[in-house]
Ligand binder design. Structure first.
Ligand SMILES: [Zn+2]
Length: 276
């Protein structure tokens, strides 16, 4: 285990927030970012993404693809993809079995690349879907600067031990004018406040839990500007009847109190340097 400073504001004072038994979330005293601290070592975190994780990804890959597409449609991706830096190359980090990459290559004819730490999932995508996937972390893939025009990572950043280093690497490999789609749970949503430590996102694999404000701040510090955002996730399936769930889900999207956020961030075309 190791202790870390707050990735959003750099402060190193934390107070207990949620005690989930075998793991705890603490809250940054200055910016309210939630994380597990001390944290498991990155090498140990990696061991979690094994055959069992692949089985889970494989069972849900159609459902997960549909959710990702709903998010992308919320920010009208088909409208701005043609304006991305050419030639358009898309990277999906934490691409699991490569379902989104297969879709983007097939439907939109885009050049695609994946990164996945879960080796069985990546091998499945390479073999069955014929999409190129680097098995390992983003940093290990060592892509060239400005190599991509779109980088997508859905439900990934909350699993990453060093989210600031991760976002800086995403910035580096994006061409100026390129965009990043970040999807992650939002602690500012209604559910986190309603369910507390029983919130569906307060799980051991989530090392960091961002608020929309904290994530925007961190993206800004890494050089990005936020160009759009969407929120969804009303009530979890199975907790209430459908006739209650549907209007709540719709309201969550419209009034932005859902517990999942999508931030669309752009690497500005002008040469502003990160860190400001
Ligand atoms: Zn902080």
């Amino acid at each position: 285990m190791r202790r870390i400073p707050c990735p959003v504001c750099g402060n190193d004072e934390f107070v207990p927030h949620w005690d989930c038994g075998e793991f705890q979330f603490v809250r940054c005293r200055s910016c309210c970012h939630l994380c597990q601290n001390p944290q498991p070592l990155a090498e140990d975190v990696r061991q979690r993404y094994d055959q069992k994780y692949f089985d889970y990804e494989r069972e849900n890959d159609v459902a997960f693809l549909n959710l990702m597409l709903l998010g992308l449609r919320d920010v009208a991706y088909e409208r701005w993809i043609p304006d991305l830096p050419q030639p358009v190359r898309v990277l999906d980090i934490g691409c699991a079995t490569g379902a989104l990459l297969e879709f983007l290559a097939g439907k939109h004819g885009l050049a695609v690349q994946g990164v996945e730490v879960c080796a069985p999932a990546a091998r499945y995508g390479i073999g069955r879907r014929s999409v190129p996937i680097h098995i390992g972390t983003l940093e290990e893939a060592a892509f060239a600067a400005g190599e991509f025009s779109l980088v997508h990572f859905s439900h990934v950043i909350e699993h990453i031990p060093d989210p600031r280093g991760f976002l800086s690497e995403v910035f580096r490999i994006l061409a100026p004018g390129g965009r990043a789609v970040v999807v992650t749970p939002d602690t500012a949503g209604l559910q986190a406040r309603l369910f507390g430590r029983r919130w569906r996102s307060a799980i051991a694999d989530h090392l960091h839990l961002f608020s929309r404000r904290g994530l925007s701040q961190l993206l800004g510090q890494c050089g990005f500007s936020i160009v759009d955002q969407a929120y969804w996730g009303g009530l979890p399936q199975g907790t209430v009847p459908r006739w209650v769930k549907r209007p709540v889900d719709r309201a969550a999207k419209r009034f932005r109190f859902g517990d999942v956020m999508l931030l669309l961030a752009e690497r500005p075309r002008t040469a502003a340097e990160p860190g400001g």
